[in-house]
Structure formats: C-alpha cells, structure tokens
Write a protein that binds this ligand. Structure first.
Ligand code: ZN
Length: 414
C-alpha cells in the first residue's frame, strides 16, 4: 500500500510538474493581431513561454498564464524592425555619427516606439566596429544589427567619407564574415564625387560576404543616373535609401518635376531593388512621397534614419513615421508589413519580424488614436491626419520593456 500511494503521489507530482511546464509567462488577450508573414489579421490571443512565441490562437485559456494582458481594441504586431538608424553613440565629439554625439543610444529610443530591432546604417566602418560591438551592440537590450560602412573610418564626416582608398571591399567583407551575427549588410553614403568606384566597391564587398548593400547616393553635381545605379550597378536585393528625398541639384529623385514617378522605377522594383524610406533630418518630402504612393510606388521598407537631427524634427520616431503612411492612405496591414516582415527579409533574417511559434517573443502593441494630428516633412510642410499609432506595450524576447499606460501593471490603486 505504501508503495502504491507513493507511486500515485509521484505520478501526481509529475503531472503537476508537466502542467506547470505548460504554463505561459504572458498571454496578450483580445488584440487585433497583424502578422504579415503568417497571414494573420484578426482578433487573436498571443501566448509567450520561455521568451518565445508559444501560440497565436483564438481564446487561449487565461488560466494557463502567469500574466494576462488585455489588448482589446489594440493592434498586436511583431516587434518593429527599424532598418536605418544611427546608434553608435559615443564621446568622440568631432566624429559625428561614428562613436559621436549625432548617434543616439539604442534603448532610449527603441521600445517607446514599438521597435525591438535597430539596424545601424553604416555609422561604423571596419576600424570602429569592435568598439561599436563592445560599447553598444553587446550592452543594448534592443537587438542591434549593422550595415558596415564601406569606408573603413565610417561616418566621421568631412574628407573621411570621400576617401576612395579607404573603401576596401575585401576588408569590409572580412569583417562581415567575422561578425555574421551582427553585420547584415554594407553601406555607402555621403559620397559627392562622380566615380562609380565607391558604389562598385560596396557591391563587391556585398558579393564577397553574400549580404545586401544599402546606398545613400550622396550628392554629385550634376547628379549621377539612378537608372544606371538600379539597372547596372546594384544587384536584386540591394537597397536604395532616402527614396523620398528631393535634392535635384545633387541627387536624382524617383519622381520628376511634374510629380510623375519615372517609368524605370517600377521596373527597378520589379528587378528586386529595395526602396527604403530613411526619413532622417533631410530626406523625406511630401512632394515626393504623396505622388509616389498615389501612383503605386510604395517604399518596400519604412525606416526612420534615427539620429539627433531627425528625432527632434519631422521624423520623431517610428510610430510617428508609420502614422504618416497611414495618413497617406496605406492600410495598417501594409504599414506593419513594411516595418516588420519586409525588412526582416531584406536583411536576410527570416527569423525576425514575425510571430511564428518558436520565434523570439519580440512583440509590439499599438493603440490607434483618432483625432486631429499634424505630420511634418523635413521642409516644415504639414500633412493633417486623423489617426496616429502609439506604442502601448513592447516585449523584447518575452520581457516587458515598455508599458505606456500600465496595461501590464501587477496592481492598481483603487
Ligand atoms: Zn542614415
């Protein structure tokens, strides 16, 4: 008898243990889940266990979770990927975005806008990368990935970014291969000469390391042909950033003087050239974006080009930037696609930007505010709008890292 009751007790213990192992750490209940990769678009619950997505389904039993968060009337999406930012913040005051004061510290600006992954767009070249990794990437809670600048000195400004001798494809590719967990692409920016060598060198590095390149087409007077760039120099999967910029004296724009999208633009997009917003402090004009979208030329990726110059002007943050696209007529599903699954594919990280079971639980919860809002471009022109996304809650690897109004609070003052 004694042995029998011991066995029953053991069995009960094992079963209870099993049941406890089934418990979710968090269930987000009743939100409208948008997960473009998995074609989920409807009211669902989302369960998290061990920092991973455990289940997305209707009516998950609240009793199965340690914590239940009510997301009724909110949108639940994959954590936002901001594919173009500058987060190599540091103390080198003369170095601008490269370990300097124009870059921002990642955790200060990510989660509060629903962002869980930042991709630094070339602040660092190979020379600065070990410091960037040590002082920013390895310490941030935000996942920080990087396009490595083709310029060894990175974005130090001035003559450094004009030095073709410092654009070594082999060296950049060598670093990309050495740090595959962090380096997802190669960046060229700010070059003002007329040679194609910097572009070709970046593409060569991209080929050697089998990663995409992102081109900020600098400024050359008269401008170089972007048709030639898209059709002859870039590969399918390579990225043209600042796609709604308008600096006609130095850089050709996708939209002509009459507001018409140039005929080779849809062809380039069909060829696989990726168009990235990269709003920044000088690269987003309503005069480009509105007619582009009306004529069906929509950027593949919505990104902020976050730095101290953009965050306090028209760009502000990703939630504000995504709201601009809502108010230009894109659906919320389309806006989420272009800020989650699309950038994940572009940087060859298909494990990110989605809510598949087993994926790291990077999740954003947004309210969509209705009211009278104003949105500025970089020229100070305002677009009036009626809807605005606000990041309510952000989870990074299953951990609550942002909770604007306490929807995940553990108690409440009565
Ligand atoms: Zn940038």
């Amino acid at each position: 008898m004694k042995i029998k009751s011991f066995l029953v007790f053991s069995l009960l213990f094992v079963m209870t243990g099993f049941a406890m192992a089934q418990t979710y750490s968090i269930i987000i209940k009743g939100g409208h889940v948008i997960d473009p990769k998995n074609k989920i678009d409807g009211v669902m619950d989302l369960a998290v266990r061990d920092g991973k997505i455990a289940l997305v389904s209707k009516n998950i039993d609240a009793k199965e979770a340690k914590q239940v968060i009510d997301a009724t009337n909110m949108y639940v999406t994959p954590g936002i990927i901001d594919m173009h930012v500058h987060v190599f913040n540091g103390t080198k005051y003369e170095q601008a975005l490269m370990n300097g004061q124009s870059s921002v510290a990642p955790d200060e600006f990510s989660f509060r806008a629903g962002v869980t992954t930042f991709v630094d767009a070339g602040s660092s070249g190979w020379r600065g990368f070990p410091d960037f990794k040590k002082q920013t990437i390895d310490l941030a809670q935000t996942r920080v990935l990087a396009f490595l600048n083709i310029v060894g000195e990175g974005m130090r400004g001035g003559p450094f970014e004009q030095n073709i001798k410092d654009m070594e494809a082999r060296k950049a590719a060598e670093f990309a291969r050495k740090y595959p967990a962090q380096i997802v692409g190669i960046k060229l920016a700010h070059y003002v000469g007329h040679e194609w060598a910097p572009t070709d060198s970046a593409v060569e590095a991209g080929k050697l390391a089998d990663i995409p390149v992102m081109i900020d087409f600098g400024g050359s007077t008269p401008p170089l042909s972007i048709e030639e760039l898209f059709m002859k120099h870039l590969r399918p999967g390579d990225i043209f950033t600042h796609c709604y910029a308008y600096w006609p004296a130095t850089r050709e724009a996708p939209v002509d003087e009459n507001g018409k999208v140039k005929p080779f633009i849809p062809e380039a997009q069909k060829r696989g050239i990726i168009f990235d917003v990269g709003h920044g402090g000088g690269s987003f004009f309503w005069s480009q974006a509105i007619p582009s979208i009306q004529q069906g030329f929509v950027a593949d990726v919505i990104s902020s080009d976050l730095h101290t110059g953009s965050m306090n002007s028209g760009m502000k943050d990703m939630a504000n930037l995504m709201s601009k696209f809502l108010n230009m007529g894109l659906s919320i599903q389309d806006v989420i696609l272009r800020s989650t699954w699309n950038p994940a594919k572009v940087i060859h990280r298909p494990e990110l930007g989605n809510l598949s079971v087993g994926a790291e639980a990077d999740v954003a919860v947004f309210s969509l505010r209705k009211g009278n809002f104003g949105f500025l471009d970089i020229t100070g022109v305002k677009l009036k709008g009626t809807q605005k996304l606000e990041a309510e809650l952000t989870l990074r690897a299953g951990k609550i890292v942002w909770d604007l109004n306490g929807i995940a609070a553990n108690a409440e003052i009565k």
